[in-house]
Design a protein around this ligand. Structure first.
Ligand code: AQP
Length: 350
C-alpha cells in the first residue's frame, strides 16, 4: 500500500456507462488495493442540472449497485454518498472565497453545460469549486478521472495553491524561501507541499471514450451511451447502428481502424490477438462492420456478464448496499471533520 491517498467521484445523473467504467471506475478497482481510497457518489453535483427527487434517489441507489458490481470493494476502500458528509459543502464555501470568477467562467464544461440551459444556475459555475472541496477534504494527492476532468483538476490545484498561500504559514515561508534562493542562484530548495496537497490526475489508456455517434464524448446527458449493466440484446441494438469509419461506405471498402470508434472499444475489451485480427480484417475489407461489431459484443459480454450477475444479487439485497454506504459515510466523516477543524482554525473561524 503506497502513502498516496486517492479520491474520485461519479455523479448519479444517469446509469454508469462504458465511458465512466473505462475512463475511471475500472481504474478505481485496481487502485483501491494500492492506495488508501475514497470513492464518492456525488449527488450534490448531480443537482446542478434539472432533475426529479425520486429519480435522484433511485439513481443514487443504482450507482452504488453498479460500482459494487464493477468491483469497488468496501473492505478495500471507502464508498459513500456526498450529501451524507456535510463537510463537502462547508469546504466548498470556503474555497469560493479564494477562487477567482474568471477561472470558473473559463472552464470548458461550464461553457458546454450552460450553453444547453435556458437559465444558468450558479451551481454549474461553482461545480469545480465543490469538486476541489471533495478532493482536498481528504487531502488526496491522486485523482483517477477521465480526460474531460483534467481541466477541473488543474483548477483544484490552483485552489489548493491559493488557499495554502493565504492561510498556511509554513507554505508561505517555503514559497518566500524558494523565491529568495532562486534569486540568489540556488534553485535547489525543497518543495513544501502545503496544508492542502496539489492533486494530480491518474488517467487510463482509455481516457476518452466516444459516444455511439462517434463524434461526442460518451456522456449520460447526451444519450449516446452503453450502460454497464445493459443486457446483451440491448447493447446489440445500440452497437448495430453505431458509427464506424465514416469513409467506409460499402462493405467492400477497406477501413481505417484508428479512426473507428468500434476499433477503440475493441482495444478496451478484446484480447490483443483479437485486436490485431480486427485491424487486419478491417483494413483489408475481410470483415464488414457488422462482423466486427459481433466480435466486439462477445468481448464486452465476457467482461460484463459477471458484473451484471453481481448487480442482480446486490439489487435484491438493498439492506447491505445501504449499510455499506452508511459505514462509508462514517469513515469519510472522520477524515473530513478533522480536515475542517484544522482548516477553520488556520482561517480564524470558530
Ligand atoms: N466518455 C468518457 N470517457 C472516459 N471517461 C469518462 N468519464 C465520463 N465520461 C467519460 C469519467 O467518468 C467519471 C465520472 O464521471 P461523472 O459522471 O462524474 O461526470 P461526467 O464526466 O460529467 O460524466 P458524464 O457521463 O458526461 O455525465 P453528465 O452527462 O451527467 O455530465 C469521471 O472521472 C469522468 O472523467
Amino acid at each position: 500500500m503506497s502513502q498516496s491517498r486517492i479520491f474520485s467521484g461519479i455523479q448519479p445523473s444517469g446509469e454508469l456507462h462504458l465511458g465512466n467504467y473505462l475512463g475511471a471506475v475500472k481504474n478505481w478497482v485496481t487502485l483501491q488495493r494500492q492506495h488508501e481510497s475514497f470513492f464518492c457518489i456525488v449527488d450534490y453535483h448531480a443537482i446542478t442540472l434539472p432533475y426529479e427527487p425520486e429519480d435522484l434517489r433511485r439513481r443514487t441507489r443504482e450507482m452504488a449497485v453498479s460500482l459494487l458490481a464493477a468491483g469497488v470493494d468496501p473492505s478495500a476502500c471507502t464508498l459513500f454518498v456526498q450529501s451524507a458528509v456535510p463537510e463537502h459543502t462547508e469546504l466548498a464555501w470556503i474555497f469560493n472565497t479564494v477562487t477567482p470568477l474568471g477561472e470558473l467562467e473559463r472552464q470548458t464544461q461550464f461553457k458546454e453545460k450552460s450553453a444547453r440551459q435556458e437559465s444558468i444556475l450558479a451551481g454549474i459555475l461553482n461545480y469545480p469549486v465543490l469538486q476541489a472541496a471533495d478532493i482536498l477534504l481528504y487531502k488526496a494527492d491522486l485523482v483517477p478521472v477521465g480526460e474531460d476532468q483534467v481541466q477541473h483538476l488543474e483548477l483544484s490545484r490552483e485552489i489548493a495553491r491559493r488557499w495554502n498561500a493565504r492561510f498556511d504559514p509554513g507554505y508561505r515561508a517555503a514559497v518566500e524561501a524558494r523565491s529568495a534562493a532562486t534569486q540568489g542562484g540556488d534553485a535547489d530548495t525543497a518543495e513544501h507541499t502545503g496544508f492542502f496537497p496539489e492533486p494530480k490526475p491518474l488517467l487510463t489508456p482509455t481516457r476518452r471514450i466516444m459516444g455511439l455517434d462517434g463524434r461526442t464524448k460518451m456522456s449520460k446527458s447526451l444519450g449516446n451511451t452503453i450502460g454497464l449493466l445493459e443486457e446483451s440484446k440491448d447493447i446489440w441494438d445500440k452497437l448495430r447502428p453505431a458509427m464506424t469509419d465514416p469513409a467506409r461506405v460499402r462493405r467492400t471498402d477497406p477501413g481505417t481502424p484508428e479512426v473507428c470508434n468500434i476499433y477503440h472499444l475493441h482495444k478496451a475489451f478484446s484480447p490483443p490477438p483479437t485486436v490485431e485480427h480486427v485491424a487486419v480484417q478491417c483494413s483489408t475489407a475481410g470483415w464488414g462492420c457488422i462482423d466486427c461489431k459481433k466480435v466486439l459484443l462477445e468481448s464486452i459480454d465476457r467482461e460484463l456478464v459477471p458484473i451484471r450477475a453481481r448487480a442482480r444479487e446486490l439489487r435484491a439485497d438493498q439492506t447491505t448496499v445501504q449499510r455499506t454506504l452508511a459505514d462509508g459515510a462514517v469513515r469519510a466523516r472522520e477524515v473530513a471533520s478533522a480536515t475542517m477543524v484544522e482548516t477553520k482554525n488556520l482561517m480564524g473561524l470558530s
